[in-house]
Design a protein around this ligand. Structure first.
Ligand code: FVH
Length: 294
């Protein structure tokens, strides 16, 4: 007999991430029901104490809280739009990745079918689940988040962002653009140094210091952006643009890909042409804030 007082949870979708989520609930003592299209992926969890629901409908009915973690939102709809799936009265937390429009649409869809719905974004890889390094963002009704916060705590560092269901996805996207921009800058710098026989490992600690130093600037730069005032306290954009020209020239001279520095310089040039050359770097927010395709 199970004497646990922890909230029962259902996890639908047992890919790499869904298995990690279900495993975390089990280890935290939550009676855990699972369902996956490919049943074999549930075997390890069942051996650890999970209950395998025979159908999606049974999985939803088994717990007051259901977590979905599928490939994409199309899969969510394909699975839960089936006529025998009853969402009325369920609490869904969808941790599938997607964009903010998909999250808002899914919230409307779930609520029309009588479900309560929180959207979420996982900013971590499966092995990090259960550790503080696993940042999991949520948006939707705050009362729904608070009602399930102690259950969600089993997964990592859970955060509530606001009532707009699209916020978790938007933060996820903002995090991804940071991650890939930093990595691409490091790869470009590494490619230049390799032309002089410098190993990636030699540049990595230096690059870490630069990344940490730039991170220190963010709160002050954020104040400039939020106030809409960009006094050149340490450097003017036109000074940066001269260094960008050197970066383009160096990239071409040593024969590496110059697309990234050219993109950076083109944005600065447009901002200078618009009269912002004497202001500080974050004035480029105006360039980033308007649509433009490559
Ligand atoms: N893995 C990671 O590192 C990350 C990091 C941050 C965010 N994610 C997102 O989490 C979602 C799931 O990712 P995943 O790594 O678990 O993905 P897969 O291992 O490919 O598993 C996909 C599951 O989705 C099931 N599925 C797909 N389509 C359908 C459908 N039409 N009907 C029912 N289930 C479907 C699939 O089932 P099966 O192939 O095993 O039968 C898996 O359970 C994702 O949004 C990441 O972006 C992961």
């Amino acid at each position: 007999m199970n004497n646990t007082t922890e909230t029962p949870v259902t996890v639908i979708g047992l890919g790499l991430m869904g298995q990690a989520l279900a495993g975390a609930f089990l280890r935290a003592g939550h009676p855990t029901t699972v369902w996956n299209r490919t049943t074999s992926k549930a075997e390890k969890l069942v051996a650890e104490g999970a209950l395998l629901a025979p159908t999606v409908a049974d999985a939803l009915a088994a717990s007051p809280l259901t977590i979905t973690c599928l490939t994409d939102y199309q899969a969510i709809h394909e699975l839960l739009d089936a006529s025998d799936v009853e969402l009325d009265g369920t609490m869904l937390i969808n941790l599938t990745s997607g964009d903010s429009a998909q999250a808002r649409e899914a919230a409307r869809w779930a609520e029309q079918r009588g479900a309560r719905y929180l959207d979420g974004a996982i900013m971590a890889v499966p092995p990090a689940i259960r550790s503080a390094a696993a940042v999991i963002l949520h948006s939707g009704q705050e009362s729904d988040f608070e009602a399930h916060r102690s259950t969600l705590d089993a997964l990592g560092t859970v955060t509530y962002l606001g009532a707009d269901h699209g916020l978790a996805s938007l933060y996820d996207m903002a995090g991804l653009t940071m991650m890939w921009s930093v990595l691409n800058a490091w790869l470009h710098g590494t490619a230049m140094l390799r032309t002089a026989g410098v190993d990636a490992a030699a540049f990595a600690p230096f690059a870490q210091q630069i990344a940490a130093g730039v991170a220190e600037w963010l709160p002050g730069y954020a104040e400039q952006i939020d106030s809409g005032s960009f006094p050149a306290e340490v450097s003017a954009l036109e000074t940066d643009a001269r260094a960008m020209a050197h970066l383009v020239e160096e990239s071409e001279a040593v024969g590496v890909n110059a697309e990234l520095p050219k993109l950076i310089k083109a944005m600065a040039d447009r901002s200078i042409a618009a009269g912002h050359g004497g202001e500080q770097y974050p004035v480029l927010i105006e360039e980033f804030g308007k649509p433009r395709d490559i």
